[in-house]
Design a protein around this ligand. Structure first.
Ligand code: GTP
Ligand code: MG
Length: 357
């Protein structure tokens, strides 16, 4: 067969293989139900300490990019402004309470920069992988960025969800999804994919929800929470009616091009990915990484190897965990993936299995 034709067949095959690959990795209804029970139980207990408290889920269980057995991200919000509870104190009190009242293994970290409570539950038949859960306090921005990600997914679920979910599995299997070991968080990978779909692809697959043409009066373009503008266009009904992409690439094509772009085109040394504003420079952001040499500044230098601006906390580099070695590994993985998908266009399922080996 002609090589061009062979490649076309491979790409079509790749799209359907991606859907089948991701499907069995989604959380089951049972898992969702158990997790909701856990949330509700903990919320009841927290209300005995502070009646105005609510416990909300955020992260992948709410943004539609969740995989089976992923951890739970929860946050305590206190609606009564007169409550006046300090986060560290609250973490300790909730920790003590859960220790007494539940089977969770409880680890409060009240002295951490951002006080949190870590819970784990040993595996059981309903939950063969147990539960791992982080509870934070008053992190309202996390709720907003979760909603932003969900809204992006809702616009084009078949392509956006499939791409993000596959890349999360790939990153986990290739062990490049460990912020504590110098690589990138799931949140970082998700922002990278969205950045690519909004700003790299021409024509774009997704609109920029933070800069969308003013369908509403300008005054509504600023919504402040914890000192940050968290405005984005979240009217999914209007989006469905008034926005449609003229990019018709399949999810297989988008995946191949994603890996190619981050293997060859993205300027890791001086570019910043901003979902809000497109490509920025490290210089403009003040995220330059090699002013200081050696010694004490070694850590500081490593903070801006890879730069991904948080959509709302714009002074914050979501990829600050990526070290020099971590970036080298990540770039190597993008190249490996490109090689597998372009040089061996045999059966797509085999290519995907090799990709995630
Ligand atoms: P999995 O747990 O791997 O399924 O992915 P996830 O989508 O839950 O991502 P992750 O656990 O990395 O992060 C959970 C949520 O925490 C994200 O959706 C964000 O709301 C928030 N978050 C994580 N990392 C950061 C960060 O570096 N900055 C900010 N502002 N929020 C973060
Ligand atoms: Mg999570």
């Amino acid at each position: 067969m002609h090589p061009g034709l062979l490649h076309r067949r491979f790409v079509t095959d790749l799209s359907s293989s991606l859907f089948s690959f991701v499907l069995p990795l989604l959380p089951t209804q049972e898992e969702r139900a158990v997790k909701e029970e856990v949330r509700s139980l903990i919320e009841k207990l927290v209300k005995t300490i502070e009646p105005s408290a609510r416990l909300l889920s955020f992260g992948s269980s709410q943004n539609s990019f969740g995989l089976r057995n992923s951890d739970m991200d929860l946050v305590v919000l206190i609606d009564d402004p007169s409550a006046n509870l300090e986060a560290s104190h609250l973490v300790q009190m909730i920790g003590d309470l859960l220790q007494r009242e539940t089977n969770f293994d409880v680890k409060p970290l009240p002295k951490a920069r951002i006080p949190i409570l870590k819970l784990t539950l040993a595996p059981s038949s309903a939950l063969p992988f147990g539960i791992a859960c982080d509870i934070g306090i008053e992190n309202r921005l996390a709720i907003e960025n979760t909603r932003l990600l969900l809204t992006y997914a809702t616009i084009d679920p078949a392509r956006v969800r499939t791409l993000v979910l596959f890349l999360k599995v790939w990153a986990k299997r290739r062990r490049i999804n460990s912020p504590y070991r110098g690589t990138l968080s799931s949140y970082g990978f998700t922002l990278m994919v969205l950045y690519y779909l909004v700003h790299v692809k021409q024509p774009p697959v997704l609109p920029n929800l933070q800069r969308i043409a003013p369908l509403r009066p300008l005054a509504e373009h600023e919504v402040m929470i914890q000192g940050r503008n968290v405005y984005f266009f979240d009217d999914t009904e209007t989006l469905r009616q008034e926005w449609s992409s003229i990019n018709f690439e399949t999810v297989g094509e988008l995946l191949i091009d994603f890996f190619r772009y981050f293997s060859h085109d993205f300027q890791f040394n001086n570019s910043v990915m901003s979902l809000r504003a497109g490509q920025l420079t490290k210089e403009i952001k003040g995220w330059v990484n090699d002013i200081d040499v050696g010694g004490l500044n070694e850590m500081a230098r490593d903070r801006n190897r890879l730069c991904i601006e948080d959509p709302f906390e714009i002074s914050y580099n979501v990829a600050r965990t990526v070290t020099k070695d971590g970036l080298y590994t990540l770039r190597g993985e993008f190249m490996r993936a490109t090689r597998i998908l372009t040089q061996r266009p045999d059966r797509a399922v085999i290519a995907l299995a090799e990709l995630c080996r």
